[in-house]
Design a protein around this ligand. Structure first.
Ligand SMILES: NC(=O)c1ccc[n+]([C@@H]2O[C@H](COP(=O)([O-])OP(=O)(O)OC[C@H]3O[C@@H](n4cnc5c(N)ncnc54)[C@H](O)[C@@H]3O)[C@@H](O)[C@H]2O)c1
Length: 271
């Protein structure tokens, strides 16, 4: 409780999925929360529930398309008027539209670029001055495991997520002296509309069976990591990459090699 007491947090893409979990957790931990999204009905409903559960005046919802600079201007203005200068930003909103390189048009590519990459840049730029005025803050940029490695079909998504990883480090270096920390989080498969579009039970385990933790992640599990980086508990951490991926990035189980009992059968190496 109260790990974010006194913080004023803007969370983009907070109408559903991981952003929603982060907003609920941040509010319980004492932050004032601004939920920003394009899904106005869903976002308003989450903010209303937070105010009911945690207390009136804890959260507001505002419409924000993160790819539009002018909308960031009014989002910051509303945040300051309502709660004060933002001290936490979670750049969480993103889009994923898998297509082969051959099928990706310039418009497809630019659509993903504008939301995921430009949107993250605009968010950091918009909060910088008010955070400085507040004496510092924490920015958490949500990249992906696909910002550390890639996969087929992810040309525009992976490019944007690698870019977020790099931009995070530039901002950490430029703003460390001003007491603004900037870190990236790299989720693996997470059980949201993006990570499991059909919300299918099979998809919660099957694709992950060779991973160290053989299941899809929960949005709450990412929210816990975001909370840590947003809080003063992470006061000496900046420019870091935190994977929340059940060990996916560490590697996969290889059938036939010893060490994981249920996969030790079949072809044995070294015989
Ligand atoms: N789910 C996964 O498996 C997974 C894996 C790795 C990384 N991620 C990343 O985690 C973050 C959260 O994703 P999620 O799983 O909750 O997905 P989601 O699709 O459930 O939620 C994304 C939210 O972002 C909002 N959004 C999209 N474009 C926007 C825009 N232009 N302006 C404002 N809001 C916008 C959507 O309306 C939605 O509410 C994203 O950055 C995503 O790339 C997700």
């Amino acid at each position: 409780m109260n790990r974010l007491e006194g913080k004023i947090a803007i969370i983009t893409g907070a109408a559903r999925g991981q952003g929603e979990s982060e907003a609920r957790l941040f509010a319980k931990e004492g932050a004032k929360v601004v939920l920003a999204d394009r899904l106005d009905e869903e976002g308003q409903a989450v903010a209303d529930e937070i105010n009911k559960d945690v207390g009136d005046g804890t959260a507001i919802y505002l419409h924000l398309d993160i790819s539009k600079e002018e909308e960031w201007g009014s989002a910051i203005e509303t945040t300051i008027k309502t709660f004060g200068n933002p001290t936490v930003l979670v750049n969480n909103a993103a889009v994923l539209r898998p297509k082969s390189i051959a099928d990706t048009s310039v418009d497809d590519y630019m659509f993903t670029f504008k939301v995921n990459q430009l949107g993250t840049f605009l968010g950091m730029k918009a909060v910088h001055a008010p955070m400085l005025e507040a004496g510092g803050g924490s920015i958490v940029n949500i990249s992906s495991i696909d910002g550390l490695k890639s996969a087929n079909g992810l040309i525009s998504y992976s490019a944007s997520k690698f870019a977020i990883r790099g931009m995070t480090k530039t901002a950490a270096i430029e703003w460390g002296h001003s007491n603004i920390r900037v870190n990236s989080i790299h989720p693996g498969g997470i059980n949201t509309i993006m990570g499991n579009p059909s919300q299918n039970e099979m998809a919660e385990t099957m694709p992950y069976k060779m991973h160290p933790i053989p299941r899809i992640g929960k949005p709450e599990e990412v929210a816990n990591a975001v909370l840590f980086l947003a809080s003063d508990e992470a006061s000496y951490i900046t420019g870091a990459e935190l994977s929340v991926d059940g060990g996916w990035r560490a590697g996969e189980i290889i059938q036939g090699l010893p060490g994981v009992k249920e996969f030790e059968t079949g072809y044995m190496y070294g015989q």
